[in-house]
Design a protein around this ligand. Sequence first.
Ligand code: HAX
Length: 440
Amino acid sequence: MADRKDPLKEKFHKKSSELRTEIRSLIKANGDLVVGDVKLAQVFGGARGIKTMMWETSELDAYDGIRFRGYTIPQLREKLPTAPGGEEPLPEGLFWLMLTGDLPTKTQVKWVSKEWRRRGKIPNYVYATLKKLPADTHPMTQFSIGITAMGSDSIFDKKYAEGMHKSEYWDATYEDAMNLIARLPHLAAFIFSRSFGDGKKPKQDRTLDWAANYAKMLGFDNGEFLELMRLYLTIHADHEGGNASAHTAFLVNSTLANVYTSFASAINSLSGPLHGLANQEVIKWVFNMLEELGTQKPTKEQIADYVQKTLDSGRVIPGYGHAVLRQPDPRFTAQRGFAERNIPNDELVQVIWKIFDVVPPMLESLGKVKNPWPNVDAHSGALLVHYGMKQYVYYTVLFGVSRALGVLAALCWSRALGQPLERPKSVTSEWVKEQIKKNS
Ligand code: HAX
């Protein structure tokens, strides 16, 4: 499509063409292979564990946590290129890894940073659209509307209307995905500016990587905070395909909706408190607890009483539990590691660590919670507050910017492999009762 040399696109095309051919013959020869049974409890239980989709970019194990193309988070911290003098991985490197399956070199990562800087400009009509919304519109609503608005620029839609051949879908999807990822920090920083600042359009720094540029456009230039953003935007990027935001994008994109519309749908899905909004809910819950207790240094007994009160009022403890994980989330552990290395004496961070000591046994004692351990959202707020980002209604936007990396890489794969319209089967309660009768 574009005449410029694009080493990432070339590599992706080669790898995906090979896998497409391989998968076709695998399905031809083994299409009837049974890969699982579905139990009635799963039909009524949010489809937990039912294998229904292919997602190349990452895989989640209940005990080991997330692996991106086989690499754990500690391995990514070791193997992905960092910024000069830094020690946290650059999200550009993770995107390269997810899209191609190979670890990138420093030069390749530099190329991605430059390419995203080049593609980052947002059309003026997007700013104009957002300016029509009340400034106190939730940042996730603004984010979703901004992304949807940018869909008018979709190369996929334009080419489709011109009669694009299906073998070209992957190319148009890749171009849209790269443009969208490049634009997201600008959009997200503008939303921050209109919600909490002077409402001006942010300006990027032509020397910085994607995460650092985003942090700077948000108004933060502390070196440690830039490193936190690199880590944050890496670890939130992907959590295999079945999580609500990724799965939503996959479903919408399977109709050949463009990646803007598909990813805006993912953002809408991420905005629920059982999913991404939990990062906002955690810090809100912690602040309420500290206010109610009248101290910044609560004892474990005081925390336990507050946890009990939350449970007694029929609410969940935000940041704890998971639909798949059965161990502390490695993304929680990675953030804890960052705090231990950089801000071990922070008072709020110490409250988060005390909550970690108190909550799991309490949830376990309920006898129904399958995973009493902290998830990704339990720690992030305390780190952001330390560096001065206290506007917690914004936190899920940060998550969303990161989630674009995994979801959009996966949508490129989906179009390259020619995956069809997704259409699972639903059943009625009458049908269920009939099956039970037949069975007995
Ligand atoms: N506090 C209190 N009760 C909890 C709980 C928690 N943190 N986690 C689970 N439970 C309860 C459930 O509400 C459910 O109760 P009922 O049977 O009365 O309805 C019971 O334990 C069994 O649930 P489960 O099977 O263990 O958990 P699910 O797979 O159904 O749900 C959730 C997983 C993440 C939604 C759940 O653990 C939860 O609500 N956690 C708090 C919200 C949260 O932190 N969400 C973020 C998750 C990570 C993520 O996606 N980030 O974006």
